[in-house]
Design a protein around this ligand. Structure first.
Ligand code: NAI
Length: 252
């Protein structure tokens, strides 16, 4: 199928688990894809692994204005347009009660997860083609509180506000803006969270997370990419300002 034929897609956090799976799927559906990430080595690994002529990369820290302007400029220089923007880069912070949460970690989580998404909306969306689609990766933690994850929960709730305002402000250009809310996904991020919660025995944390999901397992990154594909494609052309939960029934 060529559900993204002639479309140019930008994916932040493109060297991570969900970003890479989405890049692979978008390429298979005919898109030209630019992956953006701060980890150059990981980006080069994805380029090697996917080995596709329509895939390129840009090193950028999404929490920095200049880096954001730079990846937008480079994408427009190479491809001349942006149709799809997956505003996906994020970090988890650490698991600590609010009373003990280090301010520096709070600031970092907000800088990447909230300000990074904001800057993406500020500098990418105005340059997007009419009829484009923006997906922001929130989380089940954007819809529910999780003890210990205060900074992450705050950031992931916050991006829903950005999504709603961007959906209102860009509707005249027929640009759709939506959030995706995964439950636990089988990526490096969950490995780090498991280790942080149960340093001695991370598999204990894994089992506890799995048992909190109705389907009893983590999502595979491809299962999040499938929702991103629906939102990126014209099949979702009447969908904007909405929250798409992909959580195996976790929030039921
Ligand atoms: P990951 O850790 O595999 O990938 C995240 C990527 O973002 C990494 O390649 C990292 O280098 C990049 N990144 C981090 N800070 C950056 C910055 N300042 N500038 C540019 N790139 C930066 O994690 P995963 O799972 O692929 O996460 C993607 C998104 O999905 C994140 O927003 C995360 O919060 C969200 N999410 C993940 C879930 C999970 O269970 N893995 C569940 C719900 C949401």
């Amino acid at each position: 199928m060529n559900r993204l034929e002639n479309k140019v897609a930008l994916i932040t956090g493109g060297a991570g688990g969900i970003g890479q799976a989405t890049a692979e799927l978008f390429l298979a559906e005919g898109a030209k894809v630019v992956i953006v990430d701060m980890n150059k080595e990981a980006l080069e690994k994805v380029i090697d692994q996917l080995d596709h002529p329509n895939l390129s990369y840009c090193v950028a820290d999404v929490s920095k204005t200049e880096d954001t302007q730079n990846y937008v400029k480079r994408t427009l220089d190479v491809h001349g347009k942006i149709d799809v923007f997956f505003n996906n880069a994020g970090i988890e912070g650490i698991s600590r009660p609010i009373s003990e949460y280090p301010e520096t970690v709070f600031d970092k989580v907000i800088a990447v997860n909230l300000k990074g998404v904001w800057l993406g909306c500020q500098y990418v969306i105005p340059k997007m083609s009419e009829g484009g689609s923006v997906m922001i990766t929130s989380s089940v933690a954007g819809l529910k509180g999780f003890s210990g994850l205060g900074a992450y929960v705050a950031s992931k709730h916050g991006v829903i506000g950005i999504m709603r305002v961007a959906a209102l402000e860009f509707a005249d250009k027929k640009i759709r803006v939506n959030t995706i809310h995964p439950g636990p996904v089988n990526t490096d991020m969950m490995r780090r969270i498991e280790k942080d919660i149960s340093p001695e025995n991370p598999s204990e944390a894994l089992e506890s997370f799995e048992s909190s999901v109705l389907f009893g397992r983590y999502a595979e990154p491809r299962e999040i990419a499938d929702t991103a594909l629906f939102l990126a494609s014209d099949e979702s052309k009447y969908c904007t300002g909405c929250t798409y939960v992909v959580d195996g029934g976790m929030l039921i």
